[in-house]
Design a protein around this ligand. Structure first.
Ligand code: ATP
Length: 321
């Protein structure tokens, strides 16, 4: 039986402070504190599970309260957890959020930095049994590469969220993606790294669609690229060989109008929901999956937290039918 979605990635305990503005160097601000579970990998696994896919999460955890939190929360959402034990502390993130919902983040990778190729290989059977493999870049690149390669060897489709942007992405990783999902900053960084194209992240959303399509095709000639554009939605670019039915070569999908109060994890919501939708209805036109992920991610911004802000499928259905 297919397990639907396997997510390989990070778990962090998030420590978040919300204040009127983001702190500047040397400044001390008072803010409201909250802690919760996060990490791009875990957020995406929770989103995939709550969006309706049977989900497996492969990660590394410390022998501490953070590790126990991960196990408890995964069980609560019905996620099959395959955690490598580590002497390092469970990953942490310090998050600052301003009154407009914008955020700045500092990561303490801890155990995430130790997720090994050997642990990944020990769980190859889960990957082979899945419909979709999802990975990001908060765990070692060699482990991400092994995960993507294991999926490719088994004919399992891969979604690579090349985040965060400040990590040097090995060329081989991008080419192992069937679907690549950078935000504007990550897209600009990939273009600079792979194509020597210097584009201001703030200008990505303003580029003509034909130009964006050409850049996506140069970046990933044989895969689909989805550039997420925050509240403006996303841009999708397909290679000719992959297009099915009424799929257009490229298109913009606008964001849903919502009262966003915290966009932390919006990209993770989008990726998890996209993976779940692809796993649940593999024959559906790609644009339908994008609309689902766009609605799902928009709803996640209406509440605070990372993993905790992921909506459940019935909430989505009651809002959008
Ligand atoms: P983050 O790093 O905050 O998790 P990201 O930068 O990876 O997010 P974004 O491009 O900001 O990803 O957002 C991903 C998707 O979430 C967007 O394509 C959009 O569909 C949705 N989204 C994000 N922000 C908003 C918003 N303010 N209103 C509606 N939808 C939003």
């Amino acid at each position: 039986m297919s397990t639907g979605v396997v997510v390989v990635g990070s778990f962090n305990v998030d420590h978040a402070w919300t204040s009127d503005a983001l702190p500047r160097p040397g400044e001390t601000l008072a803010g409201l504190y909250a802690s919760g579970a996060g990490g791009k990998g875990f957020n995406q696994a929770v989103a995939a599970a709550r969006a309706g896919a049977a989900t497996t999460f492969v990660c590394a955890l410390g022998d501490d309260s953070g590790g126990r939190l991960a196990r408890d929360l995964a069980a609560a959402d019905g996620i099959a957890l395959h955690a490598q034990g580590s002497d390092a502390p469970t990953g942490t993130a310090g998050i600052f959020i301003d009154a407009r919902g914008r955020n700045c983040i500092v990561l303490g990778p801890g155990a995430n930095a130790e997720l090994s190729v050997a642990h990944l290989r020990a769980h190859r059977a889960d990957i082979s049994a899945a419909r979709i493999l999802v990975a990001q870049l908060e765990v070692p690149p060699a482990t991400v590469e092994a995960a993507l390669q294991a999926a490719r060897d088994a004919g399992v489709a891969t979604v690579l969220n090349p985040a965060p942007a400040n990590i040097d992405v090995a060329g081989g990783l991008v080419s192992l993606a069937d679907v690549l999902t950078p935000n504007e900053t990550e897209f600009a960084s990939l273009l600079a790294h792979h194509l020597g194209e210097r584009i201001d992240p703030d200008e990505v959303a303003m580029l003509e669609q034909a130009r964006l399509h050409d850049l996506c095709r140069a970046l990933l000639p044989h895969g689909t690229v989805v550039v997420t554009l925050g509240s403006a939605g996303c841009f999708v670019s397909h290679p000719a060989a992959l297009r099915r039915g009424d799929d257009r070569p490229h298109y913009r999908t606008p964001g849903e109008r919502v009262q966003a109060i915290d966009t932390t994890g919006a990209g993770d919501a989008f990726n998890g929901a996209l993976a779940a939708s692809l796993a649940r209805a593999p024959g559906k036109a790609f644009e339908g999956h994008i609309v689902f992920a766009t609605r799902y991610a928009a709803l996640s911004t209406e509440r605070t937290g990372a993993a905790a802000s992921m909506p459940r499928r019935p909430e989505l259905e009651s809002r959008y039918g």
